[in-house]
Design a protein around this ligand. Structure first.
Ligand SMILES: [Zn+2]
Length: 741
């Protein structure tokens, strides 16, 4: 190892020679082309849909009746399926998600828990289903457009319908089916996205009805038929289409639903209709459509008559609704540049007062920030329905947990509730419109959605804490034996990990790209480009990766490779900082042939200095031999160059990559005069050596301290090795304690 520096221009070469990597090269900057789907005529290399891009379409006409006494739903539907693919299809697949609720289909229960010495009774029910209850579809018939029965096979949550003749490319088919299923009690499941919630206080029920009608599975250019069963964690892959839905419910119920209400004059009172009109012009605050008193009267009425509500929705990939006589209802208008939306909330009185105060306001905030970040919300309504727990999204409507206890809610729970509403409303963009395959890649919708959700919180609720790269540090410094890359399919992730791995890690990755790697303006353009390219379409991970590079002219393969395909983390160690100084007086020698030995203050440089107290180290600068100039007859002004360096402080920084991820390096210099300065090196500095780099800096001022990643931009998992002079090592007890945290 050479200790003394020659001068500047040969420095780069020296680094390359002296720092030859001794550990195996891992190709961290190699293209990821062999790890993602190759481009073709359907999906372009730019990340945009290709010239021959196609997708299927499914239109639905549904009539359904909710039987409150027996908690069942019965329906008939006609599906018109358009085969836009270049392929002829001899069979089609239909999703029967309610079948996951049948006893025996819940392997998921054992996934999240096992029996310990002590377990609460509800957990034991979730695990063993000791109290059994009916669930799953009864399919009464399935018949073609001429009324002839069609041959079908049910395979758990999927049903194959065999066609008499193949459905040719470019041709549509209509068929009908009738079905029913028992609505299940949400408290009986761990991840209950739908079902009913019973309120013993007034003997009433709130119904959350979702993945309720048999729906077409996706057929596409990368998978053929979507063929992963519903196992609760991996959600849905669905086709776009138009819906016309007639819902018959008890007469005193209020329905919140995907779509626009078609027969308001038949199902709403005159007063309610007038209030809705008023709400359509109220841009600053919600108007109550059903008040608390009215909802309480409904609770007591318990009509046994029925009413049919009709909704229609265009270009949606799903349809859900909620129904109850308990609902209060408020609504206000939200003006976006190209659309005016009705933001509406439905909640039982148990949600008061916080739901009245916050829900519709949170919808408005989400609509505004997401529209700005991607494209204007295109639908007529955006609805938030209060539930006991969790949040779940559907087109135009979401079911959101968060309820006060005895009218009171902690600040933390309030923030959690508002965050849930923003998040679930945000899912209208990802995956309801930018319609990725949730069954396969949970991170594609959860990660992108959480990214804009956190931005909404940061911009509209600055008093709440929102995610930053620091948020992911505890997860990324966790046990690698149970950690999986983000690029893991939804159902192959562990329940304790998916929140961090599929929501927060992609969020932080996108934040790092936006704030520290690509830059805000360029990144925001690229993110918007992705959203607009894949609006109402089915993007794959490759389409996102390619677009983010194509629209920024930044090669991000190293970032995608590390952050999405490995479980490596960022941990950089500031191993050493060497200080040198050049003395002008001695440098003024005109004699090009004579080697100049410089006299530098300080001593004892053979040991590695632990701080800057022993002063700068000596440099020997030699005059450049003619041979180094090769064929050039001209000579640079070497004395001038030396003069430029004289009295300057030259620092050589050694940084080790401990965590494995290559990242940009930000170096903070604290000077002896109290001022500070930051230098940023791009991630590409790790190209020559993925394990250790040395870089040289010339500074006017003397440095007292050097820190890496001073603003916590890169989720460095161990900040204790980021400084020179080193920060005092924590005691074993402190280290243990911080690990526990
Ligand atoms: Zn989500």
């Amino acid at each position: 190892m050479l200790k003394k520096l020659l001068f500047f221009f040969s420095l780069i070469l020296f680094n390359a020679v002296t720092l030859a990597q001794t550990q195996p090269w891992q190709g961290k900057f190699e293209p990821i082309d062999n790890m993602i789907n190759p481009p073709n005529s359907y999906r372009a290399a730019s990340g945009a849909p290709g010239k021959a891009y196609w997708q299927q379409r499914a239109d639905y006409k549904i009539k359904a009746t909710l039987d409150e006494e027996n908690n069942t739903i019965t329906g008939e539907e006609t599906i018109t399926y358009h085969n836009n693919s270049p392929d002829d299809l001899s069979y089609i697949w239909i999703q029967l998600e309610q079948n996951v609720n049948k006893k025996g289909s819940e392997d998921f229960g054992s996934f999240f828990n096992s029996i310990k010495d002590s377990i609460n009774t509800r957990q034991m029910q979730l695990l063993t289903r000791a109290i059994d209850f009916p669930a799953g579809y009864t399919i009464k018939y399935i018949k073609d457009a001429n009324g002839n029965p069609m041959k079908s096979f049910v395979n758990n949550t999927m049903m194959k319908v065999v066609l008499k003749e193949p459905l040719k490319s470019g041709v549509s088919i209509s068929f009908s089916m009738a079905w029913s299923y028992p609505i299940t009690d949400r408290s009986m499941f761990f991840l209950s996205r739908e079902g009913y919630e019973y309120f013993p206080g007034d003997d009433n029920t709130v119904y959350l009805i979702a993945h309720w009608f048999p729906r077409m599975a996706v057929y596409n250019d990368t998978e053929g038929w979507q063929n992963q069963q519903f196992q609760r964690l991996g959600e849905f892959a669905l086709e776009f289409g138009d819906y016309y839905v007639e819902l018959t419910v008890p007469e005193d119920h209020i329905i919140a639903s995907t779509g626009s209400l078609q027969n308001g004059d038949a199902v709403l009172s005159k007063t309610q209709q007038e209030r809705l009109k008023e709400a359509a012009g109220s841009f600053d605050k919600p108007v109550m459509i059903v008040t608390k008193d009215e909802a309480e009267n409904n609770e007591k009425a318990k009509s046994n008559k029925q009413k049919t509500w009709i909704f229609s929705a265009s270009n949606v990939r799903d349809f859900a609704f909620a129904s109850s006589r308990k609902f209060l209802w408020d609504a206000q208008a939200v003006k976006l540049p190209t659309n005016t939306v009705m933001a509406m909330s439905f909640y039982p009185k148990e949600g008061l007062p916080v739901w009245k105060e916050e829900s519709t306001k949170a919808i408005k905030n989400a609509l505004e920030v997401y529209s700005e970040a991607t494209f204007d919300y295109p639908y007529p309504v955006a609805i938030s329905v209060n539930t006991s727990n969790i949040g779940m999204e559907f087109p135009m409507i979401s079911f959101n947990g968060g309820r006060p206890k005895n009218g009171k809610i902690s600040d933390r729970a309030r923030a959690g509730m508002i965050g849930t509403i923003i998040h679930e409303v945000g899912h209208n963009w990802f995956p309801m419109i930018v319609s990725s395959d949730e069954r396969k890649w949970m991170w594609m919708d959860e990660g992108l959605n959480t990214f804009i959700h956190q931005r909404t919180v940061a911009e509209r609720y600055p008093e709440f804490s929102s995610a930053t790269p620091k948020t992911i540090v505890p997860f990324m410094s966790g046990d690698k034996n149970i950690m999986r890359p983000i690029m893991t399919t939804s159902d192959n992730e562990i329940l304790t990990q998916f929140g961090n791995n599929f929501y927060m890690k992609p969020t932080v990755g996108l934040q790092m790209l936006r704030n520290s790697i690509v830059g805000r303006e360029l990144f925001d353009q690229a993110f918007k480009e992705y959203a607009n390219r894949w609006k109402y379409k089915h993007p794959n991970p490759a389409d996102l990766f390619r677009t983010l590079e194509d629209a920024t002219a930044v090669d991000l393969d190293w970032f995608f490779r590390g952050w999405f395909f490995t479980t490596d983390n960022v941990d950089m160690e500031l191993t050493d900082v060497k200080w040198f100084r050049v003395n002008e007086e001695e440098l003024n020698s005109k004699d090009q042939k004579k080697t100049v030995k410089l006299k530098i203050e300080g001593e004892n440089f053979s040991e590695q200095a632990k701080d800057f107290s022993s002063g700068p180290e000596a440099i020997t600068m030699t005059s450049t031999p003619d041979a180094s100039y090769g064929g050039f007859l001209s000579r640079m002004d070497e004395p001038e160059l030396r003069k430029q360096l004289s009295d300057k402080n030259i620092y050589v920084v050694t940084i080790k990559n401990i965590g494995g991820l290559v990242m940009p390096v930000t170096i903070e210099w604290l000077y002896t005069d109290g001022s500070r300065e930051i230098d940023t090196l791009p991630a590409e500095v790790w190209r020559g050596n993925e394990y250790e780099i040395k870089r040289t800096f010339v500074k006017e001022k003397e440095v007292s301290k050097v820190n890496l990643d001073p603003n916590f931009e890169f989720a460095d998992t161990d900040m204790r090795n980021n400084s020179f002079p080193k920060v005092e090592a924590p005691s074993e007890f402190d280290a243990f304690k911080s690990k526990q945290e």
